[in-house]
Design a protein around this ligand. Structure first.
Ligand SMILES: [Ca+2]
Ligand SMILES: [Ca+2]
Ligand SMILES: [Ca+2]
Ligand SMILES: [Ca+2]
Length: 494
């Protein structure tokens, strides 16, 4: 294990002198429930559509919040925002990709969860930098569009250049003071901000910058993996090695340092691709405590490179890897690799997406892994999702459960290239203490003549696993959007 420490603290000048501070409103609402934007005690769901058009701008992007209730989520309790919506900072623009990533946490400490949305293609005035983050404040009416915009600290000079700022974002308490912070990836930088001062943009930020040229950061996730009372950041991405571009895989853990900057620890890669010479790309990440020992564990999905990629997904089977948390570090004592039930089949792409949450309510977090390339009843590219159960001995393939659109009780029809499982999320949307899964199928066709309209499904958790009782699905039309081929709801978080 290689360890480096970089004290790369960067004080960012505030935009102007004479800053007036706005105090966060006090509220009586107070919910300890995560993802609860309206403070009613039930978590809410955000589904994003970065390829949605807005007022004639293609790929401008939108986010849709669906409010949870004892009956779960439904489109008639939802709101959709673009950068042209009332109150939302900025303007919708072509290829801004608003909603390419999103994360949530109570950033202004008023008791209501707030939403952070990345728009990595957003243009920034007087700079060659691109990309913004938008914070939308939660409140008793949920998300209203009221918010602030954050640009890259580099977006202050017309000569600066930083692309894809906000391509990934997380919210977590990195310094352990009880107030969460924002961290984000750009094309070649990891930015970790200090706490917000009320409802103003954060002014201090730590930058890990040593990615130029040889590492392409791809995923960002966060949890307290060491039990230190503060969350760490995990970045994965392709790394150039032995003459190949991206042939190796970089996985690193970053810990906030009170003396400034971020401390970095590199982790070994879990496995190789079919050629045996390259490492399997990490295509998805999520975190939770799958063995119930109090330390968060890192779950990653891997789809090895394949010689025969035709279309959206390769012919790789894919696999899921777990690095267990401990006081000595992530994966220091135990790691495990899991295939799909039955060993996995070529083309499944299991692990193309992963989510972690306690589906069964037994105190052990479970994993849902998307397998969007899976063949169902002879139809390729239909897609499926697999529930892998947590236990005292860790994540297990025992009693794994597979669901797809041909499962009795699941709405819809299993068709070629639906890619059911292209994204997954686990959140308790009906407040019964068990996480409910949202599954995206970005290739679902809804309108005549289109092929990528996209749709989402919600299946509830139960003591026995995922149940089709109360299963629901919704598409763009159900929330009042009409554009075809926009892959509605295809982004379910980071
Ligand atoms: Ca709620
Ligand atoms: Ca808040
Ligand atoms: Ca654990
Ligand atoms: Ca539930």
């Amino acid at each position: 294990m290689r360890t480096r420490t970089l004290a790369a603290a960067l004080a960012v000048a505030t935009a102007s002198a004479g800053l007036s501070l706005t105090l966060a409103p006090t509220a009586s609402a107070a919910t300890s429930v995560p993802d609860d934007f309206n403070g009613d005690g039930v978590a809410d769901l955000v589904v994003a559509t970065p390829h949605a058009p807005a007022d004639g701008h293609i790929n401008a992007g939108s986010v849709t919040v669906l409010y949870g209730s004892a009956d779960g989520v439904a489109p008639d309790r939802s709101a959709t925002f673009t950068q042209n919506s009332a109150g939302v900072p900025g303007d919708a623009g072509s290829h801004s990709l608003f909603g390419a990533t999103h994360a949530s946490g109570d950033l202004d400490a008023d008791g209501y969860t707030d939403l952070v949305v990345g728009a990595p293609g957003d243009s920034v005035p007087y700079s060659s930098s691109y990309g913004t983050l938008t914070v939308l404040w939660g409140g008793p009416d949920g998300l209203t569009g009221d918010g602030i915009s954050i640009t890259s600290p580099y977006a202050t000079s017309e000569w600066s250049s930083e692309k894809d700022y906000g391509k990934k974002v997380v919210v977590a308490d990195l310094d352990g003071d009880g107030v969460p912070q924002i961290a984000a990836l750009s094309r070649t930088n990891l930015w970790a901000y200090d706490d917000l001062a009320g409802r103003t943009a954060p002014t201090d930020v730590a930058r890990f910058y040593n990615y130029n040229a040889y590492i392409q950061p791809r995923t960002l996730t966060t949890a307290d993996f060491t039990g230190a009372g503060r969350a760490q950041l995990v970045v994965t991405g392709g790394e150039n090695c032995e003459g190949t571009t991206g042939g190796c895989q970089h996985t690193a853990v970053y810990t906030w340092s009170d003396s400034g900057g971020l401390q970095e620890v590199w982790l070994p890669d879990p496995g190789g691709d079919v050629s045996g010479t390259n490492e399997a790309p990490t295509v998805s990440t999520a975190a939770g405590d799958v063995d119930g020992d109090g330390y968060a564990d890192l779950v990653t999905g891997h789809v090895p490179a394949s010689a025969t990629t035709t279309g959206e997904y390769s012919d790789a089977a894919g696999f899921v890897h777990v690095r267990y948390g401990s006081a000595d570090g992530l994966g220091a004592h135990r790691t495990a690799t899991l295939d799909a039930p039955g060993g996995g089949r070529a083309g499944d792409n299991v692990g193309a997406s992963v989510a972690v949450g306690d589906v069964t309510g037994d105190g052990y977090d479970d994993v849902v892994a998307g397998a969007p390339g899976a063949t169902v009843r002879g139809v390729p590219g239909t897609g499926a999702a697999v529930l892998l159960r947590g236990s005292a001995t860790g994540l297990t393939e025992t009693d794994a459960q597979v669901v797809h659109q041909a499962t009795d009780g699941v709405p819809g029809t299993a068709e070629a290239d639906d890619w059911f499982g292209s994204a997954v999320d686990l959140t308790d949307l009906d407040g019964d203490g068990r996480a409910d899964v949202t599954i995206a199928a970005k290739g679902e066709d809804v309108l005549a003549g289109s092929v990528r309209d996209g749709a989402d499904w919600v299946l509830r958790g139960s003591a026995a696993g995922l149940t089709t009782a109360g299963a629901t699905s919704f598409s763009a039309q159900d929330v009042g959007l009409t554009a075809p081929d926009a892959e509605f709801g295809s982004v379910l978080g980071g």
